[in-house]
Design a protein around this ligand. Structure first.
Ligand code: UDP
Ligand code: MG
Length: 316
């Protein structure tokens, strides 16, 4: 019998977690040829998610959990889950049923056909504001262009993968994780399936527009140095242009005398170059910051409780 591990990051999901397990179990029961196991990762929730997890684990023996010492972010939670799985196929999915378990049969079909990964992308972006939609389209376009990461528009984290692929993902042990990029970077054959997105039923999304912006910057800087090259090219172009301008001004001055009123030119040059320098330093700083964080080599997450046998840290 093939085994499947479901890796589920949970942050403040006390309201919806039980409902998630009930709904998912309904689908699992229609697939008797596979053994499913849950790996719930409590990402330092501020509510009673952990207690709900413990209760569920006591009720169902196919529920494992890991509970972090604080909130480390969804990426860290996914990494922890992936580190603990040992099944033939591994699924990463959200706890809010926005990643419907109903597509498991479709995913399994693809896996049995020999694909290494069956990933999902959204079909329609209903309920998404025009601004947010335009922003994410721009992001997908930019990141596909600038990086080795190729994702279709609307790609989501929700996917089923082979163990082999999961092992490769675990080899990328960077602290600043950008899963969508990592999933794509490791390669392997991915089949994309679409489904209609659903709104979160219980609890609330922990995303803000500012985190979306940060997400976009991470997505590009984690996988590409194009922004650095862009500033270098920009500098080179301006250098050549200014050489020409200097030459013209010198000739003008030598042959036609000094033309004093240069107020606008001077002001424009100073402001433009100042702005550009600041921006380049900013880009540089973005990368240096990343090197700094990465060089500390801190753990990606810290476990407080778990019910995995080999980790003797279950709460007594
Ligand atoms: N999540 C997490 N850590 C966080 C934020 C979110 O583990 O710091 C989990 C959350 O519990 C959910 C998934 O990541 O299972 C997606 O979160 P959410 O629904 O808030 O994001 P959205 O669906 O809006 O992308
Ligand atoms: Mg959600």
């Amino acid at each position: 019998m093939k085994t499947i591990d479901l890796v589920v990051p949970c942050y403040n999901e006390e309201e919806g977690l039980e409902h998630f397990v009930t709904e998912t179990n309904k689908v699992i029961n229609t697939l008797p040829d596979y053994y499913f196991r849950y790996i719930l990762v409590n990402d330092g929730s501020k509510d009673k998610t952990y207690l709900v997890m413990k209760r569920l684990a006591a009720k169902f023996d196919n529920i494992k959990y890991i509970s972090f010492s604080r909130n480390f972010g969804k990426e860290a939670a996914m990494y922890a889950g992936l580190q603990h799985c040992d099944a033939d196929y591994v699924v990463v999915m959200d706890a809010d049923l926005q990643h419907p378990p109903a597509v498991f049969p479709q995913m399994l079909e693809a896996m049995e056909e020999g694909w290494d990964c069956c990933a999902t992308k959204r079909d329609e972006r209903e309920g998404e504001s025009f601004f947010r939609g335009a922003f994410s389209k721009l992001f997908f376009r930019l990141s596909n262009r600038m990086t080795d990461v190729k994702n279709p528009y609307g790609a989501m984290d929700y996917r089923m993968m082979t163990r082999q692929m999961v092992n490769s993902i675990l080899e990328l042990s960077e602290v600043q994780r950008f899963s969508k990029g990592i999933f794509s970077w490791v390669g392997f054959d991915t089949k994309w399936i679409t489904f209609k997105t659903v709104d979160r039923e219980l609890g609330k999304s922990s995303w803000k527009f500012s985190s979306l912006f940060k997400y976009a910057i991470d997505g590009i800087t984690c996988f590409s140095v194009t922004p650095l090259r862009f500033t270098a090219v920009m500098g080179a172009i301006i250098f050549v242009l200014s050489l020409i301008y200097i030459l013209v001004t010198l000739i003008q001055t030598l042959f036609f005398g000094i033309q004093t009123p240069g107020y606008v030119t001077t002001l424009c040059a100073v402001l433009f170059l100042g702005g550009l320098t600041e921006m380049s330093i900013g880009v540089l700083g973005e990368y240096i910051g990343r090197i700094y964080m990465e060089s500390k080599d801190r753990p990606i997450y810290i476990t407080k409780f778990s019910n995995f046998e080999d980790e003797d840290n279950e709460e007594k």
